[in-house]
Design a protein around this ligand. Structure first.
Ligand SMILES: [Ca+2]
Ligand SMILES: [Ca+2]
Length: 253
């Protein structure tokens, strides 16, 4: 009799414990999130950065991300061209050229703070990623600024991000480029990529669109021996995007 009662209680206890465990919230699972932490909305790993309120209208217009000349080991020769498309001169002092990573393109992984350089309306300014001495052998024009990067390539040759930012690090203009179609495919030819927006387009928005970029070649740019092709500090020679219909092309139809 006693054994039977004990057995019955034991069965009841197992049933109660089983129900309790089954009804327990998932959070108590050792693999789940800690139940002590209140749910917090985790910010995106790569939230878009703040947009500059500086009023400076600077647009990235040319990117030399894969020069024929070195881009590592103290011989960094990448460069980025920007243009002042606003009505007023912009002094670049404290402004920043930055580059992200493929995983977090909006995060400034590398940063160069610019000096006292004034860019007139309509004028271009080229910023070298490396030290000034790295560029001296290629017949390039003198750049507006040099980042002095001694070790690492900033602009990876399989797609990356580059941005011009104000003194607070807020983005004035950003380009996330790729190296496959619809972006210009340059395949280690030493060509820069150049931005050419159709008339009437807002340049800061239009340079997000790969159709508005062309590879530098002998018809639209200068050749710098052992460095590559481009138009650092100037607009393209032809100002006609290969992807946009030209008058002569449409006349053939
Ligand atoms: Ca590169
Ligand atoms: Ca140019």
């Amino acid at each position: 009799m006693i054994r039977r009662v004990v057995l019955t209680w034991a069965v009841l206890l197992i049933v109660v414990v089983s129900i309790a465990v089954g009804a327990a919230p998932r959070a108590s699972s050792p693999r789940g999130p800690s139940p002590r932490k209140s749910p917090v909305t985790k910010p995106a790993a790569d939230a878009a950065p703040a947009v500059s309120t500086s009023g400076a209208k600077l647009v990235i217009t040319e990117i030399m991300y894969d020069p024929l000349s070195p881009e590592s080991d103290d011989q960094q020769t990448e460069w980025v061209e920007i243009r002042n498309v606003g009505p007023a001169a912009v002094n670049l002092e404290g402004f920043q050229l930055t580059s992200g990573s493929k995983q977090k393109p909006h995060d400034a992984k590398q940063r160069c703070v610019l000096g006292n350089v004034s860019v007139a309306p309509g004028e271009y300014a080229v910023i070298g990623v490396g030290a000034e001495s790295c560029y001296k052998d290629f017949g390039l024009p003198t750049f507006a600024a040099y980042g002095g990067e001694a070790k690492y390539a900033w602009l990876t040759n399989n797609g990356d991000e580059v941005a011009i930012r104000d003194r607070h690090g807020d983005v004035i203009d950003e380009v996330i480029y790729a190296t496959e179609t619809p972006w210009p495919v340059i395949k280690a030819s030493g060509s820069s990529i150049q931005f050419i927006a159709a008339a009437g387009e807002d340049p800061a928005a239009a340079n997000d669109d790969p159709k508005n970029w062309v590879a530098s070649d002998s018809t639209n740019s200068d050749t710098f021996a052992k460095h590559g092709k481009g138009t650092p500090g100037a607009g393209t020679k032809t100002m006609v995007a290969a992807s946009q219909p030209t008058k002569s092309a449409s006349a053939k139809r």
